[in-house]
Design a protein around this ligand. Sequence first.
Ligand code: NDP
Length: 323
Amino acid sequence: MSKAIRIHATGGPEVMKWEQLPTPQPGPNEALIQHEAVGLNYIDVYFRTGLYKAPLPCTIGMEGAGTVLEVGENVKDVAPGDRVAYAGGPLGAYATMRVIPADRLVKLPKEIDFKTAAAMMLQGITAHFLLHRTFKVQAGQTILLHAAAGGVGLIMCQWARHLGAHVIGVVSTDEKAAIIKANGAAHAIIGHDNLAAEVKKITGGAMVPVVYDSVGKDTFNASLDCLAPLGLLACFGSASGPVPPFDIATLGTKGSLFLTRPAFATYTAARADLAAAAIALFEVVASGAVKIQVNQTFRLEDAATAHAALQARQTTGSTVLLP
Ligand code: NDP
């Protein structure tokens, strides 16, 4: 038997139920994995609350690490006993065991333990595509990053500094400001009430070529005001709620700006892109340039407590759920 956190209705953390299920069987091109660690991500909150839709009942979760127990027909790249990790759909990570398409799995190098893998696959691959593909960050550039002390945020602070960029990080507390400064951010701004004025002061009036905004509704307009002409707003999350409908003429009047809504699924749809991003992540972690900080762990069956902490902005860095 397997155990899983399932939701039968969308809502608050209390809709997550710890249930016993039959052991799933891998079909063709699939693998059965025994999880050693599961990653907690803000997207799990969107599925639990219903902001993102999934057929119910369902097991949420998009990231895990563990050992392959069994493979279905046609699976050649992984075998029972392999140490693997994955990020992205299909949903189903909040479980002791799960079945997943084998082409979504990445074999773990021996220096990456399960907990680190479960903490970093989704947030680290996201950091990779945001810094290298959504906008190609260059040495010497100054960039603006919201939620900089969070899971994606702390990885991006370190990786951007490794690329030679200067990160202005936005956070909500003094404590988080100290954390991002210890992790590569050149400047910390607390709150977004005077964001453009503070960015203007830091950049000597030049403003920034890219803003990475995962907060959404509360910060969208302030983020646009921080961009240099022809700058790019990468609006990659909605922690404060979705951005309301927007008049694109504003992009013209604010300096012929670019706006994108990057999604993990697009950037990792091709197996080659997923593998290349994972290798880049393994290298930057193995080199020590990026340290994955698992600042909270919870038992998987206590996922509701973990969700409450994440939504209350009490977490920093990455969070792992242990089956
Ligand atoms: P985080 O650890 O960053 O947690 C969210 C953080 O957002 C909080 O700690 C908080 O930091 C900040 N925040 C600002 N406003 C609010 C609010 N109203 N409620 C709650 N939090 C708020 O989470 P993750 O690292 O898992 O994800 C970061 C973001 O990146 C999420 O928005 C997520 O959806 C997005 N994402 C998008 C991907 C994509 O493909 N597009 C892939 C992966 C992640 P503070 O207190 O400092 O403000």
